[in-house]
Design a protein around this ligand. Structure first.
Ligand code: NAD
Length: 298
């Protein structure tokens, strides 16, 4: 891209609004076929303020899409057994198609045990090892929401990804690893970088696609990028400003990247809104699969 022209800014907020509308538009046909609307249960343990905001926003978005939202708030000192008993009850509840336990859980609760307790067919977070295995094996299943949203933005921007060099920075179970699996399935040539990677800049410089999911403010510099690259910034880092206020920044130095990249997601307004939209999509998919109905393409 010529100097000064600037990258296109990928409007995740607008794309997510469209996806949420498409999910909502598919609900009446499901209701006509089954006599009920898809239902999403969200479980929140403790008082983490950020988690409360996420859960409230998920509830609002679920109801806006015409689906049923069931919210369960448990005290921070709830025992793991009590939480697992609630998950078991939700597994057995026919009106519940999706179950999400908001992470992080308090330290005395094993997140791995909670994730493994959710019925894989209701696992709308896509974190259950069965769904991770399905994704790795190329089988249909529920895919984690954030990487799913990143893939939709990439395919909307670039169309066919086959043969493109893709770099995923980060190897977490919720973003990096499933993102890499999705890109492999889309026939990109995929590199996964992480905290032990040597010379991250050199890897970035080869990539047509960069997905940064690290949690380090502005780690990826604009000068590292291949000109014209498509950059998906998953990072959400709150930094303190000299005046005492705070600002949300991504894992990519946005202003620098604008000068070199072909397209980039902003923070906020890029990947973030896609995560909730994909949660609604997963709930719709789970509801159709459980009812034995063909899953609508969204
Ligand atoms: P995580 O802490 O579980 O994983 C971070 C990964 O980054 C690790 O795999 C680590 O190896 C790698 N890493 C750390 N330092 C590195 C370095 N210097 N160079 C290369 N790799 C390095 O984090 P996560 O849960 O995957 O989340 C990553 C970021 O994405 C965070 O900022 C988080 O807030 C954000 N996030 C955003 C959304 C959204 O909806 N937008 C959803 C999930 C996570």
């Amino acid at each position: 891209m010529a100097a000064g022209v600037g990258a296109a800014i990928i409007d995740g907020k607008a794309f997510a609004a469209g996806l949420r509308a498409r999910v909502g538009a598919a609900v009446p046909a499901f209701q006509a076929a089954t006599g009920r609307v898809p239902g999403l249960a969200v479980v929140l343990v403790g008082e983490d303020p950020a988690s409360h905001v996420y859960v409230r926003n998920k509830g609002i978005a679920t109801r806006e899409a015409g689906m049923a939202s069931f919210e369960h708030r448990l005290p921070a000192d709830v025992s793991e057994d009590e939480l697992l008993a609630l998950v078991a009850a939700l597994n057995g509840d026919d009106g519940v198609d999706g179950i999400l336990v908001q992470m992080p859980c308090p330290r005395h609760i094993s997140e791995a045990r909670v994730i493994a307790a959710v019925d894989p067919d209701k696992d709308v977070d896509g974190f259950h090892p069965v769904n991770a295995g399905r994704l790795a094996s190329g089988l249909p299943g529920l895919v984690p929401c954030t990487p799913s949203g990143c893939l939709m933005l990439l395919q909307d921007r670039l169309g066919d990804l086959s043969g493109l060099e893709a770099l995923v920075i980060g190897r977490s179970n919720i973003v990096g690893k499933p993102m890499a699996a999705l890109l492999v399935a889309a026939s990109a040539t995929v590199t996964v970088a992480h905290s032990r990677t040597r010379d991250l800049a050199a890897h970035v410089g080869r990539a047509d696609i960069v997905v940064a999911a690290v949690g380090v403010p502005e780690l990826v510099r604009g000068a590292w990028l291949k000109p014209g690259a498509t950059v998906i910034d998953v990072g959400m880092n709150r930094i303190a400003l000299p005046d005492g206020k705070t600002r949300l920044v991504g894992d990519v130095a946005f202003a620098e990247a604008l000068e070199v990249a072909g397209a980039i997601t902003p923070v906020p307004g890029g990947v973030g809104p896609m995560t909730i939209a994909c949660l609604l999509r997963n709930t719709l998919i789970a509801a159709h699969a459980r009812a034995g109905l063909a899953v609508p393409s969204l």
